[in-house]
Design a protein around this ligand. Structure first.
Ligand code: GLA
Length: 391
């Protein structure tokens, strides 16, 4: 039996919270997906373009609303139970409950009413894998804390509140992509989001390929601090280039021509970071056009160039991610492969012809452990809808 069906979750909740048995009709279940980014990496906090899709790997939260302003959550995988008081100021504990407490703090800051709860969490979404398990927990908790009012809140606005949870309370200076994907995604499509205007539209995935995520099995290293360093380097590039062109407010405003003129005035590391971002925005446009034209060769070329740029210019790939991409590119029928998400470990995203999935899986399972001494995971995924209440 699937342990994550709503009925099973409610049974698990009752086992941890006997009070839920008497008030079963008030118990709710929320599902909140992870995401995979197809192209547009580290562009979000540079006011650029991204193309993520939510995936059918998700966190499920079954909860009993309570009147006591206390939140307690139990992970069903480890049995670990952690909690906090809604009226206490946010305090970091260095554990997963921080994402829930930060979300509560950001909702309070936005003057949204929240209620206490006792909940259990189950997940099919790998953690620390670049698939946005943190945004998934934030949106799941936001929906639970808001109760029935969650339906009435604008989805992009709620994504911004959860981004604020991460920026102001958890302390990662992440962009909007992850929370936006988890909050706003639609089944079967990717989302083209302009992180400057917040305009977005669905983009159909090309016919004849499936989405396959491969997990390196490596823990991400130094993620939060390195991530914030990249952001600071991008800001340094803006500062330098604005001296040449005062209309530059973010790397979104920087054309390849301006960068070519200004690169020599920048620190070489900063210039490389900027070169990635400027070309990456262009690659998002290329991939969207190629998806719409069914031009899979162009998609493959853009994914390849994107990976090389993340490896050599933005310097956030890893030997494990590079190995997965190299293996993927050697298998006929793998149309496109690149690392996805924040970097420093985690996952690759691949577009694979259905008839090639078995050969691709076999190649990864055979060659990757020999190259890295790590166990990979090959995870076929489908584009899923954003956070919702399912019971
Ligand atoms: C992490 C961040 C996102 C985005 C990606 C890189 O997932 O949370 O905001 O910057 O990295 O594209």
């Amino acid at each position: 039996m699937n342990p994550y069906e709503p009925g099973e979750l409610v049974t698990a909740l009752v086992a941890h919270e006997p009070g839920a048995a008497r008030r079963r009709e008030t118990v709710r279940v929320v599902r909140s997906p992870g995401r995979v980014n197809l192209i547009g990496e580290h562009t979000d906090y540079n006011e650029g373009l991204v193309l993520p899709a939510a995936i059918d790997r998700e966190i499920r939260l079954a909860y009993l609303p309570t009147a006591d302003r206390r939140v307690e959550l139990t992970r069903l995988d480890s049995g670990e139970r952690l909690g906090f008081d809604l009226d206490d100021p946010y305090r970091s504990t260095g554990t997963w409950i921080d994402y829930a407490a930060a979300t509560a703090a950001a909702l309070a800051e936005a003057s949204l009413a929240t209620e206490g709860l006792r909940g259990v969490i189950a997940s099919t979404l790998p953690e620390n894998a670049g698939l946005s398990s943190s945004a998934a927990i934030e949106l799941a908790v936001a929906w639970a804390l808001l109760g029935d009012a969650a339906d009435g809140i604008d989805r992009p606005t709620l994504a911004q509140i959860c981004q604020r949870a991460e920026n102001a309370f958890v302390g990662v200076q992440s962009g909007l992509m992850d929370q936006f994907s988890v909050s706003c995604a639609l089944a079967g499509v990717a989302l083209l989001l302009d992180c400057r205007s917040l305009e977005w539209r669905p983009v159909a995935l090309p016919e004849g390929v499936e989405l396959v995520v491969c997990h390196t099995g490596s823990q991400r290293r130094l993620e939060a601090s390195e991530y914030n360093v990249r952001r600071a380097e991008c800001e340094a590039a803006v500062e330098g280039l604005a001296r040449l062109d005062p209309s530059v407010r973010s790397l979104r405003d920087v054309s390849p021509e301006l960068l070519a003129r200004g690169a020599a005035t920048l620190d070489p590391v900063v210039a490389r970071r900027a070169a990635h971002i400027v070309a990456e925005n262009e690659r998002v446009r290329t991939v969207v056009a190629a998806f719409e034209a069914g031009d899979l060769a162009a998609v493959g070329a853009a994914f390849h160039a994107g990976h090389v740029s993340l490896r050599d210019l933005f310097e956030i790939s890893s030997p494990e991610l590079d190995a997965l991409v190299e293996i993927a590119e050697s298998v006929p029928g793998v149309v496109a492969a690149r690392m996805t998400g924040g970097g420093f470990g985690g996952c690759t995203v691949n577009l694979v012809r259905p008839e090639a999935i078995d050969a691709f899986t076999a190649a990864v399972l055979e060659q990757y452990p020999a190259r890295t001494r790590l166990e990979p995971m090959v995870i076929p995924v489908a584009a899923a809808p954003g956070v919702s209440r399912i019971a």
